[in-house]
Design a binder for this molecule. Structure first.
Ligand SMILES: *[C@@H]1O[C@H](CO)[C@@H](O)[C@H](O)[C@H]1NC(C)=O
Length: 309
């Protein structure tokens, strides 16, 4: 508190992924490639699903929603990071910083709940095929999607308001390439005990869907194993295996990042955030659709339509 000029902070300095110039160059090139891949990949998924009537089912609508979220999720950080690098600046305004934090938390949570809805959808389809159309009615689907957005935005609103009410003293260097909640709390010169408790609670809310995902996949596997068809078993294991890879990457990195004492956090951890902020939004469309024959057919049609126009 003694450093004066508190709450007069008008901008923050983003230290980057590593803080070292050569590594920042590499991350710049990496982000420059990943961003268009993420945008185009997710956009193609949405277009393919909307243009093919056979894909108008809960599973694909949820996938389109996931892609929709991922487009915005990767746009929260990458454009700002690229622009700052090109302009040789590391600055972000106080408002921009809070906006980044808000959208990062809300979209990460929405993503998490949609992933759970997708796993639940598969569990119902495989373990209760006769009741599938009743349980996953259009209404239920909309409810799952709207619920995901409501939970994500509520969680983000709480943490953003709590962080906005803190005072920030003269030190303004955010130890990451975007305004994450942990480095912001570290910078504050107010009492942050309550904020930290709420952050753990927030990560708890974020992690609840993981439990649903695990239960859903246990149901899928136990149903598939009851039916003695090696082909079916292998198919279920290969699709669910790749889903579980993304899922564990996503939740593993988020929980590894936030479920620990604030003091143990340093700029070294920024690279963990690259995993869930940058890499998973790019991987999601590929993992959830490349192994899928209907999806590939729809994508193929999308392209042939383009070329015959
Ligand atoms: C999201 O899911 C809902 C409910 O199934 C669907 O009506 C809507 O079109 C989807 N939105 C996007 C962007 O895919």
């Amino acid at each position: 508190m003694g450093e004066g000029n508190q709450s007069s902070v008008l901008e923050f300095i983003l230290l980057g992924v590593s803080g070292q110039q050569e590594q920042e160059d590499i991350f710049f090139i990496l982000f420059l490639f990943i961003y268009p891949i993420t945008l185009i990949g997710n956009l193609l998924i949405i277009l393919a699903i909307y243009s093919d009537i056979r894909l108008h089912s809960p599973m694909y609508f949820l996938l389109a929603n996931l892609s929709f979220v991922d487009i915005f999720f990767s746009s929260v950080t990458i454009p700002k990071t690229l622009a700052n690098y090109i302009m040789g600046s590391k600055a972000i305004s106080f408002g921009g910083c809070l906006a980044q934090m808000y959208f990062m938390i809300s979209l990460a949570n929405t993503d998490s709940y949609i992933l759970a809805a997708m796993a639940y959808d598969r569990a119902v389809a495989i373990s209760r095929p006769l009741h599938y159309t009743i349980i996953m009615s259009p209404r239920a689907c909309v409810l799952l999607v709207v619920g995901s957005w409501v939970i994500g935005n509520s969680n983000a609103l709480i943490h953003t308001l709590l962080t906005a009410s803190l005072s920030f003293c003269s030190k303004q260097e955010v130890a990451n390439f975007y305004c994450d909640i942990v480095p912001l709390l570290q910078l504050s010169c107010s009492d942050i005990q309550f904020n930290v408790k709420m952050m753990y609670l927030g990560v708890g809310v974020f992690s609840v869907p993981l439990l649903c995902i695990i239960i859903s996949y246990i149901r899928v596997f136990s149903t598939v194993l009851k039916v003695p068809s090696t082909k079916g078993v292998r198919k279920a294991f290969s699709t669910c295996g790749s889903h579980l890879t993304v899922v564990s990457l996503y939740y593993g990195t988020v929980m590894g990042m936030y479920f620990r004492p604030l003091t143990s956090y340093s700029l070294k951890d920024a690279v963990i955030t690259v995993m869930y902020m940058i890499v998973t939004p790019m991987l999601n469309p590929f993992i959830y659709s490349l192994r899928n024959r209907d999806m590939k057919a729809a994508l193929g049609k999308l392209f042939s339509k383009r070329t015959t126009l």
